[in-house]
Design a protein around this ligand. Structure first.
Ligand code: SAM
Length: 270
């Protein structure tokens, strides 16, 4: 039921649409990958799913086929009429909007939603992190992103990929790279490999004041990630505070788990 490469080319040609690189338009043209995304997202009949960047509706059709009630968001005016003609017959709702400026509470209302999306790669990290921080109604995500971005989002302490996005994500949710996707399944193919990342909300690691305190330490610590924390955090954390928090001043930012950052933030100068 999803689009073949020929159908994608035909839809683009009929609408006179040249894919926009600025909008990250790489359309999925592989039924197996779409089935895999729907399966990994754990979509069940009746689930409410929001899709960001629905494009020509390839993934929307796969989600609807699995019985999801889909709200499909798309910014590009050129694509919206095509998207409507493809996905409204299977019951999906199309919203023309810039996802960075959505009024999410008005759009989603009560209850919980999943996000399933082949995200525009240039805004993938802020989309995921902003939704985690501000839209609790979305309680799980299965997103396709650039491989490096996915690895950073899902990274655990002690790895090269562990950085600011990993800690910010870990504050709100668990994440795992659950698949890799090669450029050949897209029209046009992107220059990079892609990753499928599964994200599941848990209780936040602390309250808002703790989060602000932790995130400002994390920014400073990873801002100079090769330095020992006693240097990168010299203006915020005294030697006594390191000792009380039980953190070695010689440690580097990439070694600390959220619980370490929380103890350190509790002892830091605001
Ligand atoms: N879901 C389709 C698929 O898998 O074939 C298209 C995915 S494509 C990688 C990303 C889509 O996001 C494009 O259709 C693009 O126009 C849309 N997009 C880009 N920026 C957006 C934004 N700020 N808000 C909503 N949609 C956006």
């Amino acid at each position: 039921m999803t689009h073949s490469p020929t159908e994608i080319r035909a839809l683009l040609a009929a609408g006179g649409v040249e894919p926009s690189r600025a909008l990250g338009q790489n359309f999925l043209a592989d039924a197996n990958v779409i089935r895999k995304i729907v399966r990994l997202a754990g979509v069940r009949s009746g689930d409410r799913v929001v899709e960001i960047g629905a494009g020509l509706g390839s993934l929307t059709l796969g989600l609807a086929e699995a019985g999801a009630v889909v709200t499909a968001i798309e910014i590009d005016r050129r694509l919206v009429p095509i998207l409507r003609s493809v996905v409204e017959p299977v019951g999906a709702t199309v919203v023309q909007a810039d996802v960075m400026e959505m009024d999410w509470p008005a759009q989603l209302g009560e209850g919980t939603w999943s996000l399933v999306a082949n995200l525009p790669y240039n805004i993938a990290t802020p989309v995921v992190l902003d939704l985690l921080a501000t839209v609790p109604a979305i309680d799980r995500m299965l997103v396709m992103v650039q491989l490096e971005v996915g690895e950073r989002l899902a990274a655990t302490p002690g790895t090269k990929a562990y950085g600011i996005p990993s800690v910010r994500r870990a504050w709100w949710a668990d994440a795992e790279v659950v698949g890799k996707v090669s450029p050949g399944v897209f029209i046009p193919p992107p220059r990079v490999e892609s990753a499928l990342v599964a994200i599941r909300r848990h209780e936040p690691a602390g309250d808002d004041a703790q989060r602000r305190a932790v995130f400002s330490l994390v920014e400073a610590g990873f801002g100079q990630r090769r330095k020992m924390l006693r240097r990168s955090l010299a203006e915020m954390v005294t030697p006594e505070a390191f000792a009380i928090a039980g953190i070695r001043p010689e440690a580097r930012a990439e070694e600390l788990v959220i619980a370490d950052w929380l103890r350190l933030a509790a002892e830091a100068n605001p």
